[in-house]
Design a binder for this molecule. Structure first.
Ligand SMILES: Cc1ncc(COP(=O)(O)O)c(C=O)c1O
Length: 405
């Protein structure tokens, strides 16, 4: 049915539904029709939430912790978050400098909707997580997309940042390790960006650190407020338990930043969802205060899978995949197969055609790079067991080998 756009909020009318959710819907439809699809499209770890975290949630229910909490989160969790920011990130914060939200997503949404006005600009380096531009737009502001290609490691350079800043810029969004490319900013790279930002005190910085614990090789993790403490008073550092503890469904994210901003975010959240789920907050507390073996072990597993994926993709004619330093995504160029036809006769004119044909003809679901603001690429999430990854790569290879001119 044609939507009646005139009835919608103007900001919503121009927003796109999440490309990743759209693919998940298509996968669900194909599966319901009996197809066996290997989905490399989901942005979540395939592991179970650690047992001690689940136990803490069950215990919370039994103990009757089933009521509203304070909007900004229950104090023990906020204390654990402050300790995490201090201990793991070197940020000098107390529990009052934190906020707990329903997922990392709500941290970002709260911050943008609390600060943006019509016509404000937000610098979003591309490739970007699909939700940033849409959230900016929903807040009535304008996403200023800065393209960061493979030649710069998919990372924003100081020159490109300086060129993008205008008097209307309200925020710069940084995401390291990155979804969709897995790129990780080094300390020096962040320091160089900070140098530019120090000349523009009107710009706030949103540091999306949700993949913090997934860095491989020598790529250490750094967050901008710690690298450049002079920026801390205008930086929102966002994180959560979703990716680090395989807790995507529990919906707990958190942030730290200047008090005026946290108070404004709390005001937004107080009229929207109130405090995050009390049970999930208890689970997150157990995750943050509990043993950290899970993080170490999952990082090792992801690293092995990354190595397997990258080598298999690079052996596939027409694909080229740089080695990602973090997260659980490979971002492979599919330029080499554009203009060709599939065995079923589909012309691959764009990366969206490639992703569509891979799903329809190779039974493998990936997301096209242009959904993240940079084509022609495909994003391949390797959050799946090794055998399935191997099969998926073989199917992709077979698909590429069967293409016709
Ligand atoms: C870059 C990035 N930021 C934030 C989020 C949101 O995390 P959460 O599930 O905690 O809302 C995601 C989830 O996919 C993500 O990829």
């Amino acid at each position: 049915m044609q939507p009646d756009l005139a009835r919608l909020n103007v900001n919503l009318a121009s927003a796109q539904a999440s490309a990743t959710y759209k693919i998940m819907d298509r996968v669900a439809a194909r599966r319901a029709a009996g197809a066996r699809i290997i989905s490399l499209s989901a942005g979540e770890p395939d592991f179970d939430t650690p047992a001690h975290v689940c136990d803490a949630a069950i215990e919370a229910i039994r103990a009757g912790h089933t009521r509203y909490t304070q909007v900004a989160g229950m104090r023990p969790l906020r204390e654990a978050i402050a300790a995490k920011f201090q201990g793991e990130n070197g940020l000098d914060v107390g529990w009052q400098d934190t906020i707990v939200c329903t997922g990392g997503k709500q941290v970002i949404y709260n911050a943008l909707s609390a600060t943006l006005n019509a016509g404000d600009e937000v610098i979003v380096p591309a490739p970007y997580w699909v939700s940033y531009p849409e959230m900016v737009q929903l807040s009535g502001a304008v996403p200023v997309i800065v393209s960061c290609g493979a030649d710069v490691g998919f990372k924003l350079t100081p020159d490109a940042l300086a060129r993008a800043i205008t008097p209307r810029t309200r925020w710069l969004i940084l995401n390291s390790p990155s979804n969709p490319t897995g790129a990780v900013y080094t300390r020096d790279e962040l320091a160089a960006l900070a140098e530019v930002l120090l000349d523009h005190p009107h710009v706030l910085v949103l540091s999306d650190d949700i993949y913090e614990h997934l860095t491989f090789d020598s790529a250490g993790f750094h967050t901008v407020a710690a690298v450049a403490p002079r920026l801390a008073s205008r930086t929102l550092t966002m994180n959560g338990v979703s990716k680090a503890y395989a807790m995507t469904g529990w919906r707990i994210g958190f942030g730290t930043g200047p008090r005026w901003l946290l108070e404004a975010m709390e005001k937004v959240q107080g009229q929207q969802t109130s405090g995050a789920s009390s049970i999930s907050q208890h689970a997150a507390l157990a995750a943050l205060n509990g043993p950290k073996d899970f993080i170490r072990e999952s990082r090792a597993v992801f690293k092995e899978r990354r190595n397997l994926m990258v080598s298999m993709l690079n052996e596939t004619p027409g694909l080229a995949c740089p080695v990602p330093a973090g997260a659980f995504y490979a971002f492979a160029s599919c330029e080499g197969i554009l203009g060709r036809r599939t065995a079923a006769g589909t012309l691959l004119a764009t990366d969206e055609d490639v992703a569509g044909a891979l799903l329809d003809e190779a039974n493998v679901a990936v997301v096209h790079g242009s959904a993240f603001g940079l084509g022609p690429y495909i994003r391949i999430a390797y959050a799946l067991d090794t055998e399935s990854l191997r099969q998926a790569c073989q199917a992709i290879r077979q698909f590429c080998l069967s293409l016709k001119d």
